[in-house]
Design a protein around this ligand. Structure first.
Ligand code: SF4
Length: 511
């Protein structure tokens, strides 16, 4: 074999060696019933045409490669943003392995969560015993300050009642009544991770608020709900920096910035940072709660508004106008002016956009991802003079579609944009094959579109598995806008260099 102790090859090189090439070919012949290459090519070409696109869009009972994850993943992410909080997912182990690996692959950090490990017997008789034992073991082993319980498909299909189970489990385990075990039902066969995020934030916040006595006494502080955000590590820090500059007392309701960015210094931190229980209680007296992602927080904001607190939601406010709107809302709610330091940052972003305007103006791009991300990203593209061709969100619904169309109608660059709610990445393949864009913006899942259609992918949203550390740099605020601008430009200019390298014409040193 080509691999030996003296000659160690990376897998990308190793599997091209003749021995492996022959082995793969033999495997294909023996087990994969291969068709002739010409036939495969013929079908591949046909699936890129209008005829196939119509058939693809006629499908109703099948989703192929959806750009979303299931509800409990969002619940685990939200729970990780609270101090000392351990996620316990009531259901099968494999599901929890998926959430943990999904988050770990993106953040390159361990992601703690436990499972009640339901198997066949629990599926028949119910998972009460699993929850009782699970709570007892998790509490003894991992010493959390709070355990947040969510559910997988399995527990939801058999109808396990978390409220009753948690009460019984606490009694049987001799838990103090004060030990917080908030819970949220997160049926994975409806909604997506953004709904799981929403119901878990609501469950944790309402758990503490409903145990407080007396009416809220509003102070000058504000609460921020960041929403499910793959860039939360840097974005949450950027938000806090901007609010500190404004002199606004604030707290984030779920702050994962430290737990997904622990230092390597010889100490493993299962819990790091996060919103404390005292902060959650204090959040009840805030002047306002602002959510950065409406579709990640609809139920939570409804609950908060029900207490009489002022609420407002944004759609992942990116770029100049998005950041302006957010900061002005903060200023309006608190009476604090926007400081000169932030005005300077704004001016620098506008300056950078102007410097690079000629390279982005009129470029065509497609965007896919969560509904708030697609909205915020599209708004920034329109500011840059980019023409979005397709905006697709598997977990975006009719309300998202309506808002997107209103946004696009407001800009000359949005005239030809098509909005695609409830569509998956196999739909996007058909769209890009028939009505192409020059670039695609989305998650790592878009790399197969790039491979198949030759359209360069710009990674700007969760999950990013195949590139490292993007989440360490903000995408929100004026500083984040700069980062996004550079990311777009790098891909546009790299592509131009590749396209011009063969002739040398316009292969320029200065762009
Ligand atoms: S969709 Fe259901 S089975 Fe699949 S990971 Fe999510 S909870 Fe588990």
């Amino acid at each position: 074999m080509p691999q030996s102790a003296e000659r160690t090859l990376d897998h990308a090189t190793l599997f091209r060696e003749p021995e492996y090439a022959a082995m793969f070919e033999a495997k294909r012949d023996a087990f994969e019933c291969p068709h002739p290459p010409e036939k495969v090519q013929e079908i591949a070409d046909w699936t890129k045409g209008w005829d196939y696109r119509e058939k693809n869009f006629a499908r109703e009972a099948l989703t192929v490669n959806p750009a979303k994850a299931c509800q409990p993943l969002g619940a685990v992410f939200a729970a990780a943003g609270f101090d000392g909080c351990l996620s316990m997912v009531h259901g099968s182990q494999g599901c929890v392995a998926y959430y943990r690996s999904h988050l770990a692959r993106h953040f390159k950090e361990p992601s703690a969560a436990v499972s009640t490990s339901m198997t066949e017997d629990a599926a028949v008789f119910g998972g009460l015993n699993n929850l009782v034992e699970g709570l007892s073991n998790a509490s003894a082993l991992y010493d959390p300050k709070m355990i947040a319980v969510s559910t997988t498909c399995m527990a939801e299909v058999i109808g396990d009642d978390l409220n009753s189970f948690v009460i019984q489990a606490k009694e049987k385990n001799g838990f103090s009544k004060e030990f917080p075990v908030p819970f949220a039902h997160t049926p994975a066969f409806v909604g997506s991770h953004i709904n799981g995020y929403d119901v878990m934030v609501k469950a944790i916040v309402s758990y503490f608020w409903t145990r407080e006595e007396g009416d809220p006494t509003p102070d000058q502080s504000i609460n921020i709900i960041p929403g499910f955000d793959g860039y939360a590590v840097a974005n949450n820090r950027e938000l806090k920096r901007m609010l500190d500059l404004m002199g606004v007392p604030h707290r984030l309701l779920s702050d994962v910035s430290d737990v997904y960015d622990t230092p390597t210094d010889g100490t493993y931190r299962m819990y790091a940072g996060g919103t404390t229980q005292d902060e959650i209680k204090a959040a009840r007296h805030a002047k306002a709660t602002l959510s950065l992602q409406q579709w990640c927080s609809e139920k939570t904001l409804e609950m908060i508004a029900g207490t009489g607190q002022q609420t407002q939601a944004f759609h992942y406010p990116m770029g100049v106008a998005g950041t302006d709107a957010f900061l002005m809302a903060v200023s309006e709610a608190t009476g604090q002016p926007i400081p000169e330091a932030l005005e300077l940052e704004r001016g620098r972003l506008v300056d950078a956009m102007t410097d690079s305007q000629s390279w982005l103006h009129g470029r065509t791009m497609a965007v896919f991802g969560d509904p708030d991300f697609v909205y915020g990203m599209t708004a920034f593209l329109l500011e840059l003079g980019v023409e979005p061709v397709h905006c697709l969100s598997t977990n975006g619904g009719p309300a998202w579609e309506k808002k997107m169309k209103a946004l696009l109608a407001d800009s000359p660059f949005g005239t030809n944009t098509q909005v695609w709610p409830r569509k998956d990445l196999w739909h996007l393949r058909s769209l890009l094959a028939t009505e192409p864009a020059e670039f695609v913006i989305g998650s790592s899942h878009g790399k197969f579109l790039q491979q198949d259609l030759g359209i360069p992918l710009i990674r700007l949203t969760f999950p990013i598995f195949d590139r490292h550390h993007h989440h360490r740099f903000p995408t929100l605020g004026y500083q984040g806008g700069l980062r996004v601008l550079v990311t777009l430009l790098d891909t546009v200019l790299d592509t131009l260099d590749r396209q011009t390298a063969d002739t040398g014409i316009s292969y320029d040193l200065t762009r």
